[in-house]
Design a protein around this ligand. Structure first.
Ligand code: CP
Ligand code: NVA
Length: 310
């Protein structure tokens, strides 16, 4: 049988990955996390370019440190400092950067930009967040769920808030692994239909289950995992006031948490807008695993880079 390999592959969406491929990334992440020194020169001589059209703390720093800890290098390429800003096309940027680099990550407004980079470049492209998905986040998320709950199956995993990029990737990752996820959004902020359809197709193959609603209370009932993200994503700033009003009742606070199981873990991709989608007492409380989750960005991405580039 052919050995499973991710060498040379893009990661644009969680749906690009098969179940064994996700399992391989998670297993490799655990191995690297346990013994990072063993991988200290695994990517010696390799260069990762990181295009950022939007701000980032976790993704940029964790990718940069990941490359250093694997013996390679990372170049931070903010789009403002590239000729992209002056009208060079995404396709030409991809063609040129492919001649210098071994892989690229890109954080973009339009998901189409990561698709274009992958289409016209000749090196692996990793989606570091688009308006449609945040697959690297979801890999760290399932790694964190496994660490705290041992399994992704037989749990009630919930996401309460905006049906956004983070929700999309989380849903795909959970149902790929055969898990059960409930998503509650306000009316008008549902996940995109195309994503829901893809998720339901995956459920048929894996036994996973997706339930969507507009009811945060029922969603939180007996939950094993409650996941939150900001109500206003990057690029939506002018909708902030309207969103604050529309998302009333969707805050993860101590009241909502009393509905969940006692040992429920609370997750947030961060940055948190404390006092909006989540309260201080919950982020800083005993159920919160948000710092473990943030740390796991590093380990999951080291695994991904190792598998794609080694
Ligand atoms: N969760 C996440 O992607 O954080 P950054 O925006 O800081 O990268
Ligand atoms: N949904 C958020 C995630 C930030 C990591 C955004 O796109 O801004």
């Amino acid at each position: 049988m052919k050995k499973l390999s991710l060498k040379g592959r893009h990661l644009l969406s969680i749906s690009d990955l098969s179940i064994p491929e996700i399992e391989l990334i998670l297993k490799t992440a655990r191995t690297i996390k346990k013994n990072p020194k063993k991988f200290a020169s695994a990517l010696k001589g390799k260069n990762l370019g990181m295009i950022f059209q939007k701000p980032s703390t976790r993704t940029r720093v964790s990718f940069e440190v990941a490359m250093y800890q694997l013996g390679g290098q990372a170049l931070n390429l903010t789009s403002n400092e590239l000729q992209l800003k002056r009208g060079e096309t995404v396709a030409d940027t991809a063609r040129v950067l492919s001649r210098f680099l071994d892989a690229m990550t890109a954080r973009v407004f339009s998901h189409n930009d990561v698709l274009e980079l992958a289409k016209y470049g000749t090196i692996p492209v990793i989606n570091a967040l688009s308006d449609y998905e945040h697959p690297c986040q979801a890999l760290a998320d399932v790694l964190t769920i496994l660490e705290h709950k041992k399994t992704v199956k037989n749990l009630k995993i919930t996401y309460i808030g905006d049906g956004n990029n983070v929700a999309h990737s989380l849903v795909l990752a959970v149902v790929k692994l055969g898990g059960y996820i409930q998503v509650a959004t306000p009316k008008g902020y549902e996940m995109q239909d195309s994503l829901i359809q893809t998720a339901h197709k995956i459920c048929k193959q894996t036994g996973g289950k997706l339930v969507v609603s507009h009811d945060p209370q029922a969603t939180a009932d007996q939950a094993d995992v409650i996941y939150a993200d900001v109500w206003t994503s990057m690029g939506q700033e002018e909708e902030h006031k309207k969103r604050l009003a529309d998302f009333q009742g969707f805050q993860i606070n101590s009241d909502l948490l009393t509905r969940a199981k006692k040992d429920c873990i609370v997750m947030h991709c961060l940055p948190a807008h404390r006092g909006e989608e989540i309260t201080d007492e919950v982020v800083d409380g005993p159920n919160s695993v948000v710092w473990d989750q943030a740390e796991n960005r590093l380990h999951a991405q080291k695994a991904l880079l190792y598998l794609v580039l080694k």
